[in-house]
Design a protein around this ligand. Structure first.
Ligand code: URA
Length: 210
């Protein structure tokens, strides 16, 4: 059923939520970022994909996963036969954290307190979208969703359950593949696709329902 069929309220609420994250100063990150980067995708997407935080390109564009990590994610989506525009894609942390090196803005992993401060935005997003399942890309997303430390390498490639009983698939963040040992790239790619493919049933059902 379309967003209209289920009422415009969640759509408007998501838009308002996005605007509110832009004004958020519950942690220091908002002060130095260009803007917040809120999630995007169908309001009642079946599958929600959660990354860590926007990077440089996302901060400038105001959209999630449009930089190098996003391109790798898009490649995986294409290989798996999913459709990105049927996924709701967001981040655990809504503002870009970086340090300046000359003119370059270098990504810095958000501190736990920063991810914790952002947690309620993500929770509100999840409550409005009501996905059937979620994918956590990397440790920050996994911790935000599962509320505990997650050892990604040993917990990847299987479904976990969050406190509300929602299904959460844990896997690597695409940046980990971009940074990885070039000799291991093909194997890492294959393993990542294998992890993600566990969510294919949900992703493809979303595509079929289009
Ligand atoms: N990395 C993320 O986790 N999210 C983005 O939106 C971009 C890069």
């Amino acid at each position: 059923m379309s967003a209209h069929g289920r009422g415009l309220k969640p759509l408007v609420a998501l838009q308002e939520l996005g605007e509110a994250t832009n004004a958020c100063r519950e942690c220091p990150l908002g002060e130095n970022a260009t803007q917040s980067v809120f999630g995007e995708g169908p309001v009642h997407a079946r599958l929600m994909v959660v990354g860590e935080q926007p990077g440089d390109k996302e901060d400038l564009a105001g959209r999630p996963f449009v930089g190098p990590a996003g391109r790798l994610f898009d490649r995986a989506v294409a290989e798996l036969g999913w459709s990105r525009d049927k996924l709701y894609v967001t981040n655990a942390v809504k503002h870009f954290k970086y340090e300046l090196r000359g003119k370059r803005r270098i990504h810095k992993t958000p501190a736990q307190r920063e991810a914790d401060a952002c947690r309620h935005w993500l929770e509100s997003e999840i409550s409005l979208v009501e996905p059937e399942a979620l994918i956590a890309l990397g440790a920050v997303a996994a911790r935000s969703l599962l509320g505990r430390h997650v050892a990604v390498m040993s917990e990847r490639g299987r479904w976990h359950e969050d406190a509300a009983g929602r299904k959460v698939l844990v896997t690597l963040h695409p940046s980990a593949l971009l940074r990885g040992d070039p000799e291991q790239k093909a194997a890492a790619w294959k393993a990542w696709l294998a992890d993600l493919s566990l969510a294919s049933k949900v992703a493809r059902a979303a595509r079929a329902a289009a």
